[in-house]
Design a protein around this ligand. Sequence first.
Ligand SMILES: [Zn+2]
Length: 241
Amino acid sequence: MKRRARDSRSLMILVLLGPPGVGKGTQGELVAGERGWRRIATGDLLRVAVRGGTELGRRAKCYMDAGELVPDELIVAMVREALAGADADGVVFDGFPRTEAQAAALDEVLDGLRRPVDRVLVFEAPEPVVVRRLSGRRSCPSCGAVYNVYLAPPREDERCERCGSELARRSDDEPETVRRRLAVYREETAPLIAYYERRGAEVLRVAADGTVEEVRCRVREALGRTGSSTAAARSRRAGHL
Ligand SMILES: [Zn+2]
């Protein structure tokens, strides 16, 4: 039983950026699923850590129970753990980093692995499109099914198809909150595009308006057919080619 040794030189690090509501979570799952890469979404890491009652989870829960943001230091520690346990050829970061401070902390963790962020996939869509997507989102409080009254409406108005419960809108998706979240993205997260360009990562832009399938095709094109052009990207970066 030989476990394939993880060669950190061949580990592809991909960061997804884009405003809330642009559909990058879905695309991130598709990219990771198709390639057998590990997707690291801090929301999921937090949930798993809290549910599992790990040391980091217990500390994070304390802030969450108090209605406070979990400090970067804890998030970064979870990311470090997840990276150490990632037995995959690639890692997709989704929803992290969100600020330049987090990006710098991630760089530090990756430096320890002698891995830079190779590629950044930026999902772009006009603001009215993302506002519509977010404000149309409804979820079932009983079974967790997610709908969109504009894009993927339930058969019966405002009722869950699976269990018949009345659908609800998360407070996060109220129009006013949506506009605030977009403003935060513009101020804190969008500058990461320039940050990664400066760091020499390959920044790829994808138009994210359209169906999941349409965007999936664009993502595939952007990443290349095999996803193994890391060496080429690196030699381009180094000025060879
Ligand atoms: Zn339901």
